[in-house]
Design a protein around this ligand. Structure first.
Ligand code: NAD
Ligand code: DAU
Length: 339
């Protein structure tokens, strides 16, 4: 079988490719990635010479190029991880989010229709449900929670989700959708909370916490997300949405304090900065459906996963050191310079 994976040079896509090669070595993987600032070919070094792996540097919005790849590779299954994924960048400049996240998804689904692909799986996010209040810990996002977005990023992901369901109903395209909570683990780009705080801690730089740091996110180790996507892709029902999360809610400030503690750095590095515009308060996934229907449960406890993640960043300074020395510098200055 051939599985076409888009966005495989990014954080979750690369972890998914490693997961597939380890658990399904009989399947070929074709990776399509534009290599934006968030994509890093060196991440894929362990599989680049693998005869069961092929890489195309291609924009998923480029219809002609995408169709040519489908013609050549004849994928059986397609998983779409490719996206502009950072909320702060979407607030700064929404347009590319609409282009990649919405148009790119439509181009891929048109290719799936044209070439008779057996399953199109869209990797979505819990952010499409909006947020929950801090004083209602009894509330969780289920697959029936209405779409209610806050940022240009989440709105673009929600638009793609609606298109996916529309292609299923209108064209009978065999689709599935998963909506996961916040991931952490190896190869996450250092603009996101956990790797940014680790990298700053290691350089004794201020740790910029938005607002009062009381916002809550529901953290899942990336490999557990990959295992869930693999299950939905192979065994999930067509036309269904599956929420993915491990009931691990934490306040941002507690995550940052934990990172300081693990790295033996003083909490005086913590700096409270101007809040993110439209900042969602709390995300919390109810994963009952994927557990009940596909027997999925996370394997990694946060206390183990965070230590493993910090260790990975300590052991792989070259990987992120190169990133933070390039274009990231001007991004960081724009985002945090006068905050
Ligand atoms: P990422 O930003 O680390 O990686 C995105 C990848 O997509 C990069 O390799 C980039 O080069 C590629 N890409 C971007 N635009 C492209 C285009 N036009 N054509 C081809 N490739 C393109 O993102 P991530 O954190 O790995 O997220 C992957 C997916 O998972 C996204 O769809 C995101 O919405 C979703 N998601 C992420 C999280 C999370 O916590 N990171 C949680 C839930 C869902
Ligand atoms: O919930 C799933 C989503 O999780 C994914 O769909 C997104 O692609 C992914 O980026 C992530 O979105 P968040 O906005 O939750 O992640 P981020 O790491 O940007 O921020 C996590 C929290 O930390 C959020 O409340 C904002 C806060 N934060 C973030 C940064 C980068 C800070 O306080 N300081 C920071 O410097």
């Amino acid at each position: 079988m051939t599985i076409l994976v888009t966005g495989g040079a990014g954080f979750i896509g690369s972890n998914f490719i490693f997961y597939e090669r380890a658990h399904h070595p009989e399947d070929r993987i074709v990776c399509v990635d534009k290599l934006t600032y968030a994509g890093n070919l060196s991440t894929l070094a362990p599989v680049l010479n693998d005869p069961m792996f092929r890489f195309y540097k291609t924009d998923i919005c480029d219809r002609k190029a995408v169709y040519a790849i489908f013609e050549e590779e004849k994928p059986d299954l397609v998983v779409n991880f490719a996206a502009e994924s950072h909320v702060d960048r979407s607030i700064e400049n929404p347009e590319i989010f609409l282009q990649t996240n919405i148009i790119g998804t439509a181009v891929l689904m048109d290719a799936c229709r044209t070439f008779g692909v057996g399953r199109f799986h869209q990797v979505s996010t819990d952010e499409v449900y909006g947020d929950l209040p801090l004083d209602r810990p009894d509330l969780f996002f289920t697959e029936e929670t209405p779409i209610h977005t806050s940022s240009p990023y989440s709105s673009s992901k929600a638009a793609a989700d609606l298109l996916v369901m529309a292609y299923h109903r209108t064209y009978d395209l065999p689709v599935s959708l998963s909506r996961c909570s916040n991931n952490y683990g190896p190869y996450q780009f250092p603009e996101k909370l956990i790797p940014l705080m680790i990298a700053n801690c290691l350089s004794d730089k201020p740790l910029p916490v938005y607002g009062q740091g009381l916002n809550v996110r529901d953290w899942l180790y990336v490999e557990d997300h990959c295992k869930a996507v693999d299950l939905v892709l192979r065994k999930g029902a067509v036309g269904q949405v599956y929420n993915i999360g491990g009931h691990n809610e934490m306040r941002n400030i507690d995550i940052v304090r934990l990172i300081c503690q693990e790295l033996h750095k003083p909490e005086s590095l913590i700096t409270y900065v101007t809040d993110r515009k439209g900042h969602d308060m709390r995300y919390a996934i109810d994963p009952t459906k994927i557990h009940r229907d596909l027997d999925w449960l996370p394997d990694t406890k946060f206390s183990d996963g965070i230590v493993r993640t910090i260790r990975w960043y300590l052991d792989n300074r070259d990987w992120w050191g190169e990133i933070v020395s390039g274009e990231y510098q001007s991004y960081y200055e724009r985002m945090y310079g006068n905050r």
